[in-house]
Design a protein around this ligand. Structure first.
Ligand SMILES: *[C@@H]1O[C@H](CO)[C@@H](O)[C@H](O)[C@H]1NC(C)=O
Length: 365
């Protein structure tokens, strides 16, 4: 999911229409929402970068724009997430730099550090200023943390963090880098590489943990071999790219193990849950109709075969009923409808995709 993405959308949409009983818990206990990640969560940070090609200003980037910028600005609808959390949508960090009052307020209610194209490692894309890698997102968090401490004092800031949700949705770009890079596979095997991403991620999580004990919601990576782009490349039968799926699975396995180890190292003071977006996508893929979708293979916005020979540029063809598609663009960013389906799977009380805690347990723990 390289370009821009809707984690917030996930959180937002999901919270809103599912599970009535859950809402009260969620609302009462969460004080702030801080989001780290890639295009699945970019709420506009890249728009503030001087040169990034991954800005979220037109509908090319993802549904994120389509939902929050375009459609919503037309209907002036409040994103459901706001009403359910009782919190404003976390504003992008970079938009707060010159706005002292807004920044002070957001330090408490939540901020999005996410950047389309970002990774756990700082790849070329990021060193050239196209995206904000996780290391730099951490710097931004530290600066918000200082703001928070100034405002609340250090012990109250710590309590505040322990009642806040930290959403981490990152890793896809790192996994895809291994597939795209011609030299890497000759230097290091896939399993070792995926392990090295998880190890790096662990360092980042430890740093967050130095500032407090948030409730961490951590996403694995999706079935990256089944995006419209990867299927389109299989020009005969449009099957998923099983090599890419294997890389994604290896990474998710390493991530799950790392999280368990980190919790042990931190003497259980870490509170987290993992969302298995890979398995949820697999299930949606195998029976889209069951989830109210008609198409889980092609892109709603694009051109050519599977609408996935081109990105979602202003010249692209947009499908007539986007509510029937899982994917918005060839990168595999979900549509609003797809985000809702995934959100429902996340928020179900007995969700088989969330472990070790359900979302309500995470929030209430
Ligand atoms: C398409 O996918 C199938 C199943 O994974 C594979 O056997 C075949 O080689 C692929 N074809 C192309 C052109 O990639």
């Amino acid at each position: 999911m390289p370009a821009n993405t809707p984690f917030l959308i996930f959180v937002g949409l999901l919270l809103f229409d599912s599970i009535p009983g859950l809402e009260a818990v969620t609302l009462a206990s969460i004080q702030g929402v801080y989001v780290f990640g890639d295009s699945l969560a970019d709420a506009g940070n890249n728009n503030c970068l001087p040169i990034s090609v991954r800005k979220a200003i037109h509908l090319t980037a993802s549904t994120f724009l389509a939902i929050f910028r375009r459609e919503d600005s037309v209907t002036a609808k409040t994103p459901p997430m706001l009403s359910k959390f009782g919190l404003p949508l976390p504003p992008p960090y970079l938009s707060l730099l010159l706005r002292k009052n807004a920044r002070e307020a957001a330090a408490v209610t939540g901020v999005s550090f996410a950047s389309a194209g970002a990774g756990i490692f700082s790849s070329d894309d990021q060193t050239t200023g196209q995206a904000i890698p996780l290391s730099q997102q951490q710097d931004h968090w530290r600066s918000i943390h200082q703001e928070l401490t100034r405002k609340l004092g250090s012990s109250k800031a710590q309590i505040h963090i322990s009642k806040s949700l930290f959403v981490m949705i990152i890793g896809s770009n790192d996994v895809l880098d291994y597939y795209r890079n011609l030299e890497l596979p000759q230097q290091i095997n896939a399993q070792q590489y995926m392990q090295s991403i998880a190890d790096k991620y662990k360092e980042h999580l430890k740093k967050i943990h130095e500032t407090g004990t948030p409730r961490l919601l951590i996403f694995g990576v999706a079935q990256l071999g089944c995006t419209p782009e990867k299927r389109e490349k299989n020009w005969t039968i449009h099957e998923c790219n099983e090599e890419v799926n294997m890389f994604a699975s290896l990474y998710n396995e390493a991530l799950i193990k790392m999280l368990q180890q980190l919790k042990e190292e931190l003497l259980s003071s870490m509170i987290y849950t993992y969302f298995d977006i890979f398995k949820s996508m697999q299930d949606i893929n195998s029976n889209p109709a069951h989830y109210g979708l008609a198409d889980a293979t092609s892109a709603c916005c694009g051109r050519g075969k599977l609408n996935a020979e081109h990105p979602c540029l202003p010249t692209a063809r947009v499908c007539s009923d986007r509510t029937k598609y899982l994917f918005w663009d060839y990168y595999g960013h979900p549509t609003e409808a797809g985000s809702r389906v995934i959100a429902d799977l996340m928020f179900a009380e007995d969700s088989q995709y969330m472990f070790p805690l359900s979302l309500s347990q995470l929030v209430a723990s």
